[in-house]
Design a protein around this ligand. Structure first.
Ligand SMILES: Nc1ncnc2c1ncn2[C@@H]1O[C@H](COP(=O)(O)OP(=O)(O)OP(=O)(O)O)[C@@H](O)[C@H]1O
Length: 591
């Protein structure tokens, strides 16, 4: 029963995958659809013509037309090979692009970050995206050859059934156990090796650590090569012994079934020899029978091998379709527009914990901010500062309470319209490896080609000085991995990210430690332009530099997810001991 339901599932995914071919390339798929049965039937046709020729020769009524038919059939059989290869290549290219574009479009539908916190989802996403560039090749190669083998086998069965339906049936039956075992083994090896089993994930991480630029410095400085190579080797040995077992079982099973199949073939041969001896069939038929038997056996094994390799790909496709069908739990279906007369933001008894965590990252947070105010958010590491603004950006939904703008729950607003009104520089800002023009301009996609706005934003974000001194142009490519690409220092990248945020016409600006990698002069300049730029804008800036808080109208002090102070800097210094201690501690370190 389990096998039947698995088989049905397999056929369903196969069908779904075939629909992808169609969607990706209608013309190429149609030509292939015509070509597959032709290719599949040619072997039987050639055998049949040979049989008629043989009988003609034996009975002295050979017709020369048969040679022409045979020649045509033979030409078709060889000519379809290069045509098929080229078409499969074209289809593969189109399918790879199609699958990847669909994946990217699906990613655009995921508005929040909740799903990314789910290890299973994240693993699936990694698998689906990293293999999307080659899995479709297998899907096409094995999928097409499987269909072709099935048609060939069926046509051979028809030829064989001319001699004995019984023998045709037995041969067909012998496929089933071998197939079940092959699929089972294929699934095992997929789970062990290909999917993100914890061990597979570990070895991938070890090799990446040594091979990517990200960790190159520490790996070299601390001499970590042997450590990671040994770790890789140890985990690999463990996995390898599991895989070796799987592969040896596969080999023994195949040998047993090949033995059964050889036995069946010998049995059929003895049977037909007997028939010839009894003069029940002609000697010509013997040759045809043997060719059919050999061709059928070859096709049966090709079918088993290709379909079990296809099975592996279908397990991947299942993950792909699962990803394509995934739905976010958070509701992003709100339709309200962001108010034109934006007046206030209210956090109302808001509590939040990250998915899978019991601890509250924010605990009953309530405060009110008026449009145009500059709010500094301060607190120790892990006190909830970034979380507070992530909820404002609607990356997560609160567990309790809500955030309102002009008294309307932000969850009721259209997410894309809502986010157009927000701009941010994150602690872990993105480094877009694109021409400078785009890397800055992406902050406001509508102004991507507005060179003056881009230059203004670079001036405000303090990147312009670097731009001039290094003789860069708007078309200079960022990222050493590209031809003529350049890299920037940490602080320069940060200034670029700030410039990007300054591109936006947003009403609310969020800066999560915007000056962490900046030198004091750049920090001063950034804050100067910041004051200029953010007139009439509502600004939240998270900072550990207490000197910056003086720029804020009010300071929000967080401690372990709770608000412990919300007032102007001067008043807090007078009335809030926790804040005053925090401030004085830093002030002292500069004395
Ligand atoms: N993605 C996450 N999943 C689970 N817990 C998280 C996640 N991000 C943050 N946390 C936890 O939530 C709490 C608040 O984190 P948050 O990043 O908001 O602190 P923060 O005040 O911005 O800290 P820092 O000053 O170090 O940047 C911390 O206990 C942190 O460990």
């Amino acid at each position: 029963m389990i096998f039947i339901s698995k088989l049905i599932n397999y056929v369903k995914i196969f069908w779904q995958s075939f629909k992808l071919f169609w969607q990706a390339a209608k013309v190429t798929s149609s030509i292939l659809l015509i070509l597959i049965p032709i290719q599949a039937l040619i072997p039987s046709i050639l055998i049949k013509i040979s049989q008629v020729m043989m009988d003609g020769l034996l009975h002295h009524n050979f017709s020369n037309e048969l040679i022409v038919f045979w020649g045509i059939a033979f030409f078709v059989s060889v000519a379809t090979i290069p045509i098929n290869t080229s078409l499969q290549g074209i289809l593969t290219d189109k399918l790879i692009a199609f699958v990847n574009i669909k994946l990217m479009k699906k990613s655009a539908d995921i508005k929040g970050l909740n799903l990314f916190e789910n290890a299973d989802f994240y693993d699936n996403l990694q698998l689906v995206s990293s293999e999307a560039s080659w899995r479709p090749v297998n899907l096409i190669v094995f999928g097409i050859s499987m269909v072709r083998e099935i048609i060939t086998i069926l046509s051979m069965m028809i030829l064989l059934s001319n001699y004995s339906i019984f023998i045709a049936f037995i041969l067909l039956l012998s496929i089933i156990p071998q197939s079940i075992i092959s699929y089972h083994i294929q699934q095992n090896s997929f789970e062990t090796m290909v999917t993100r089993s914890p061990d597979a994930r570990k070895i991938q991480y070890y090799s990446e650590t040594l091979l990517t630029q990200k960790d190159a410095k520490e790996v070299r400085l601390f001499g970590l090569f042997n450590f990671f190579i040994d770790s890789y080797h140890n985990v690999y040995q463990k996995m390898h012994s599991k895989m070796k077992k799987v592969r040896l079982t596969q080999m023994w099973n195949s040998l047993i079934f090949l033995l059964i199949s050889a036995f069946l073939s010998v049995f059929s041969l003895v049977w037909i020899i007997q028939k010839i001896r009894n003069n029940e069939i002609s000697a010509g038929s013997f040759l045809v029978f043997v060719s059919t038997l050999t061709a059928t056996t070859a096709s049966v094994y090709a079918l088993i091998e290709n379909s079990s390799l296809l099975y592996d790909t279908l397990l991947y496709m299942k993950k792909y379709f699962n990803f394509m069908n995934i739905k976010e739990q958070n509701d992003y279906s709100g339709t309200l527009a962001f108010p034109n007369d934006f007046k206030s933001i209210d956090y109302n008894h808001l509590s939040f914990s990250y998915p899978g965590q019991n601890e509250l990252a924010l605990n009953d947070v309530s405060f009110n901010v008026k449009s145009g105010e500059r709010i500094a958010i301060v607190g120790e590491n892990g006190s909830g500062k970034s979380t507070l603004v992530k909820l404002l950006m609607r990356f997560y939904d609160p567990v309790k309470g809500n955030i309102k703008i002009n008294n309307k729950d932000i969850n009721k607003m259209n997410i894309d319209d809502y986010r157009k009104n927000l701009s941010a520089v994150f602690q872990d800002y993105s480094k877009f490896y694109l021409p400078i023009k785009d890397s800055v301009g992406l902050g406001n996609i509508r102004k991507l080609n507005d060179k003056q706005s881009i230059i203004n934003a670079m001036q405000d974000g303090n990147f312009y000085e670097t731009f001039k001194n290094k003789n860069l142009s708007l078309n200079t490519m960022l990222g050493k991995q590209f031809d003529n690409g350049i890299d920037l220092s940490g602080g320069q990248w940060q200034k670029l990210a700030i410039s990007r945020a300054f591109m936006a016409d947003s009403k609310i600006i969020i800066l999560d430690e915007p000056t962490a990698s900046l030198d004091p002069r750049s920090e001063f300049n950034i804050y100067q332009s910041f004051i200029k730029m953010t007139e009439n804008k509502t600004v939240f800036f998270i900072t550990h530099r207490m000197s910056a808080v003086k720029l804020a109208d009010e300071v929000l002090v967080l401690k372990s997810g709770k608000i412990v102070g919300f007032d102007s800097h001067d008043k807090l210094m007078k009335n809030n001991k926790y804040y005053a201690d925090l401030y004085n501690l830093q002030a002292k370190s500069f004395e």
